[in-house]
Design a protein. Structure first.
Lengths: 414, 414
């Protein structure tokens, strides 16, 4: 089964809204094991919509239309598809009654054009809209299936989850396999290097498939297995995961579509009952803000300082003036002193420090992107590591935070 | 001129990412007065990409491709378009040197597949990528224009704003009138309220056009004037700006496509030679990190504290224990004490504090979104204001930062 999503709406062509509907439907189609090779966006225009339908019929079996089911004169999807198929639309009495009572209750006059929202294919089926008024509808004709769903995301997602997904699963039932996916997450390796190292697994991929994606300073691999049942898929995924981690396991920090490095670190801190604080210069609070982005981070995060100005490093945090004079603030000695003083002041098990050059300008003769990260831990020697990042100002700061999180993760796993 | 955006990426067809690139480009095309009747999404597949190109050539003049410019074997856009056009790709020495030095400096091995990111059309032009490695490129051939831009939104938007937009404006220049745009920025008013208040100006718009956009906790209006020359456009824009600010001037904080509330505050602090520090609880360093996102923020930002845990508020920052006991940490008294103590410790002209409930859970009987912001200023009475935001955890924290910036802006303008 090959599907194509046809999004109807001039607002999409003008960039006034982002096409989240297409992503939502596409993900659900993928989960159903339905392939999709193209998506199309077309405006609220009868002739161009007809053109899009004809093209899609030539390359796809299931055509899914989003948008253009509303009451206004530029909502043309239902009428255009019906005319194209030479199929009748009929009124759904329940839907019409709902529209009428909505207008009565809100004290507004129901204009005649609202009636068309209750139309569905006479030889097909209608799907109720519990977050709005426009019915969804489906019809099979010739070699094609046509599914029309409303454009407003709230209406679409509720209708799809509650009505259309069960319908499609049943409708397509016999013909499809189980599909199970998992996401492996890596930090500290670029996409191109990961892909090169896993060349064999990516090129020879059939089942599971292995798809790399570059995220924000991290890379993920999406493994998707198909089989007759879920258990066989899970087994295939486990085996492939093992093979992959034998090669690039050193960069692997966890799995899960919604996982992140900061969540992984937070969970480790919680498990080990350890507390953390931070002293930040170039990152300016971004590390701590990233920790706080996770609910219940108060279980392990106490607080910290942003020592942006050099005088604050000395006078408030208490880095010895001699260190700043002799080594500068972009130095191993300063990073270590910052971490040690921070741990003392905030009385935590771990303290991390960031000092360096965010850019765009150089500092103390060090180029933009030079960063020292210090780590002070109870019962361990304090250390500081030097990095040279090659992003812009924002990127260098964000990357420093990721690197800091990874340092802590590795240290907690030691 | 009719344009068509062709988004290349299997991850779009699988619904793993949302096509924000298409919306971004579509909005910019609309602003340039370029029509668009279709958008296409196609996977990382040479034959289907060729099919999409052929269809698009039949109905559009400017074809814009996003994605598929990276180093991996499933990045096929540049090669496929070049083959289709029978045009040569050549290496850009600067881009290649940048890629090499990036790998050298980051201590990683540059694999051979990275070279192709530095390719551009021999008979066209290349656009540098300042947030990544893959060059953009443009070529005119026969009746069509082909523009290829990278898929990662950070790379695309920077390249488009800084390189491609000026290029397109100049390239299309001869055939069209002068177009001048300006962006007015507002904080503290919702899009629907702004639109309602400016109903007349938006509905009666012809020249300049007035387009509202809802940004992150702010609203912008993009005014675009057309005329025979730039001067007449600028005059039209000034007049319309005056009319608009008479109505909603109280929410206006500045103009400019790349402006922001934090830049406005930074400039005011610099002009008035004032220094600032911050004590943050629920925002967790986000306010300070936002200040630091602006280059040269060290001119006015000294540093601050993240007092996440209650004990840190007392023992490190020095909020009197009696205040915490009597009023709790989500209180006017705590916010004021935090700001005062912060200004004392960091010796700044202004100190701001944030304490409240980020969510999702309530705290001290206050619902998520309850936030106190304190402001301590040299020679003025310290004050604290209470807000109730209705976003999620991240949103409540981000909105608090924006509100804090606006408080400081208004205070500096008093």
């Amino acid at each position: 089964m090959i599907a194509e999503i046809i999004s109807v709406g001039t607002e999409l062509l003008l960039g006034q809204i982002v096409n989240t509907d297409a992503a939502y439907l596409a993900k659900n189609l993928a989960d159903l094991g339905i392939n999709a090779y193209f998506q199309t966006v077309v405006g609220d225009n009868v002739n161009r919509l007809k053109e899009a339908i004809t093209i899609a019929e030539g390359r796809s079996e299931l055509l899914i239309f989003t948008g253009g089911l509303g009451p206004t004169q530029d909502d043309v999807t239902k009428e255009t598809v019906a005319y194209h198929l030479q199929e009748n639309l009929i009124l759904d009495d329940t839907a019409l009654a709902n529209i009428k009572s909505y207008f009565e209750l809100s004290g507004r006059k129901m204009t005649e054009n609202n009636r068309k929202q209750a139309l569905y294919f006479e030889n097909g089926i209608g799907f109720p809209n519990r977050n709005g008024h426009a019915l969804g509808t489906f019809i099979e004709k010739g070699e094609h299936l046509y599914l029309l769903v409303p454009g407003p995301p709230k209406e679409l997602t509720l209708m799809f989850d509650n009505e259309i997904l069960p319908f499609l699963e049943k409708y397509l039932g016999g013909s499809r396999q189980s599909l199970v996916s998992k996401t492996l997450r890596f930090y500290g390796i670029g996409e191109s290097e990961l892909v090169t190292k896993l060349d064999y697994h990516i090129k020879s991929q059939t089942n599971p498939t292995v798809a790399p994606y570059a995220g924000d300073y991290e890379v993920t691999l999406r493994l998707t297995a198909s089989g007759t049942d879920e258990n066989s898929c899970v087994a295939l995924l486990s085996e492939k995961t093992k093979e992959i981690l034998e090669i690039v396991g050193d960069y692997y920090y966890g799995e899960g579509h919604n996982n992140s490095l900061v969540k992984t670190v937070g969970n480790l801190l919680k498990e080990q009952h350890k507390t953390i604080s931070a002293a930040e210069s170039l990152t300016g609070g971004l590390f701590q803000s990233t920790l706080v982005s996770i609910p219940n981070s108060s279980d392990y995060f106490m607080g910290g300082m942003v020592t942006y100005h050099e005088s604050v490093k000395r006078e408030v945090l208490g880095v010895p003036a001699a260190i700043v004079q002799e080594h500068g603030v972009v130095s191993e000695a300063c990073a270590m002193a910052m971490a040690d003083r921070c741990r003392e002041i905030f009385q935590t098990d771990i303290a991390i420090s960031f000092t360096g050059v965010a850019g765009p300008e150089a500092l103390e003769g060090e180029p933009a992107g030079t960063v020292w990260i210090g780590l002070s831990q109870k019962g361990k020697n304090t250390k500081a590591l030097k990095y040279r990042f090659m992003h812009n100002r924002t990127g260098n700061r964000e990357r420093s935070v990721m690197q800091g999180l990874d340092l802590i993760r590795r240290s907690l796993l030691e």
